[in-house]
Ligand binder design. Structure first.
Ligand code: DSN
Length: 440
């Protein structure tokens, strides 16, 4: 940082400002975390200077002996941690990882992918019409049941009717355990590949606090920067079951990444992923992951006491989804008020939401990052009380029915929230607490 400060103070100061922000607030976006200093130290090294299209020992450029070792280590560590026989570590992040699976297995405009609708907690790359994955491939979307949980019977019926070539399970806003075995049975019944996108829960799976899809899915994708606590990046894993269904599956995935959709991998990112995978195989990581879930359950129970309407009633994992309609506060209003109060979450759609994604009816939050700081159940009680105070503070702030007026309303609301003494008081209390829990 001292070199950067000297040569590019503008950027150095912005990085320092972001570090200060991350220190002072409660980072509770469930897909975010604090990577360790060790994980970060592998990024931005001389490995960023290298081009290494291809795979270990089969490169298109010379000078890759060291990179081969780095990539092989990352692959071997991932195989061991997740109990799978084949791993690709080159996808630059989660979206290209999922796209690579489709490129490997689906014929554009002909074959079908079936994933959870975005409005119900699916990801863009699970076949949504706004994404290339729903535009270049046929797609059909399933929904959650009225209770906010997966309705496996309905999914099975839909799969039998639609005959998708890939069924995607694994979600971005689902607070409950996923029954991968049942998904595997559904996929087998219709002859589909089962893709488990475990980006949100990969760390929990690695630590054994969420069941693994490895025995039931054919392919598993995950980002590496969420509960897994690595750098930004992704893994594509082929399981034993996947290789049994198609012995060429690993090779097809590799070719889909390069030359299919990417060029050279980011080798410093690969090294950093390897470091994160080593960290994730330690007893300390198991303890950390168990605490994420304990914290999430405690927070959910406390929020319930304050009358928050939790989708599905609670949480089994790292994530909580709140439907704010009973509080009369829109998610966009709540998210901003909470940020002013030092609690950083994201606005989110809830099942059967009648509002659009930019003004959704809910918020999504999670415990991975604050658990990394060492917070436990007693801190979760404080967080719930602060959240309640903040939401009560903005209860009267009604988002206009008239769509044209919403933008102006939010602009106006933000200006008022920025000066709201009660919200700023919560932020000061949050700051006192967070100062006792250092970030890595
Ligand atoms: N942006 C991620 C999340 O927040 O869940 C998904 O890509």
């Amino acid at each position: 940082m001292s070199i950067l400060l000297k040569s590019d103070p503008q950027i150095a100061k912005l990085i320092a400002a972001e570090e200060k922000r991350q220190k002072e607030v409660l980072e509770m976006i469930p897909s975010e975390n604090y990577a360790s200093a060790v994980v970060r130290s592998a990024l931005g090294t001389v490995l960023t200077n290298k081009y290494s299209e291809g795979y270990p020992k089969k490169r298109y450029y010379q000078g890759n002996r060291v990179i081969d070792e780095v990539e092989s280590l990352a692959i071997e560590r991932a195989k061991k941690l997740f109990g799978v026989p084949y791993v690709n570590v080159q996808a630059l992040s989660g979206s290209p990882a999922n796209l690579a699976v489709y490129v490997a297995l689906l014929e554009p405009l002909k074959d079908k992918v079936m994933g959870l609708s975005l409005a119900f907690g699916g990801h863009l790359t699970h076949g949504q019409p706004q994404s290339v994955t729903g535009r270049y491939y046929k797609s059909v979307l399933y929904e959650l049941g009225k209770d906010g949980r997966l309705d496996y019977d309905a999914i099975e019926k839909q799969a039998m009717r639609e005959k998708p070539k890939i069924i995607v399970c694994g979600f971005t806003a689902y607070p409950r355990i996923i029954d991968f075995k049942r998904f595997g049975q559904i996929a087998d019944k219709v002859g589909a590949f089962l893709l488990a996108d475990v980006s949100h829960i990969a760390g929990l799976i690695a630590a054994g606090v969420h069941p693994s899809p490895a025995p039931y899915a054919h392919i598993i994708t995950t980002t590496t920067h969420k509960t897994l606590r690595g750098p930004r990046g992704a893994l594509i894993m082929v399981t034993q079951k996947g290789l049994k269904k198609d012995p060429e599956l690993g090779k097809k995935i590799d070719s889909a990444i390069i030359p299919g959709i990417q060029g050279g991998p980011h080798d410093d990112q690969t090294a950093s992923i390897a470091v994160a995978l080593k960290e994730a195989s330690t007893p300390a990581f198991k303890k950390y992951s168990a605490q994420i879930v304990k914290n999430s359950k405690t927070l959910a129970a406390e929020l319930n006491k304050f009358g928050f309407d939790l989708v599905s009633g609670g949480s089994d994992n790292h994530l909580i989804l709140i439907d704010l309609r009973n509080k009369g506060v829109n998610g966009s209003v709540a998210a901003y008020a909470l940020e002013v109060a030092g609690i950083v979450i994201n606005k989110n759609g809830v099942p059967f939401d009648t509002m659009p994604p930019f003004y959704p009816s809910g918020i999504r939050l999670g415990t991975p990052a604050i658990t990394t700081r060492g917070m436990k159940e007693s801190e979760m009680k404080k967080v719930a009380a602060w959240m309640n105070r903040a939401i009560e503070e903005v209860k009267g702030e009604k988002l206009p029915e008239d769509k044209e007026k919403r933008n102006d309303f939010l602009k106006n609301f933000r200006a008022r929230a920025d000066r709201n003494k009660n919200l700023l008081k919560i932020a000061a209390e949050v700051k006192t607490l967070t100062s006792k829990f250092p970030i890595p």
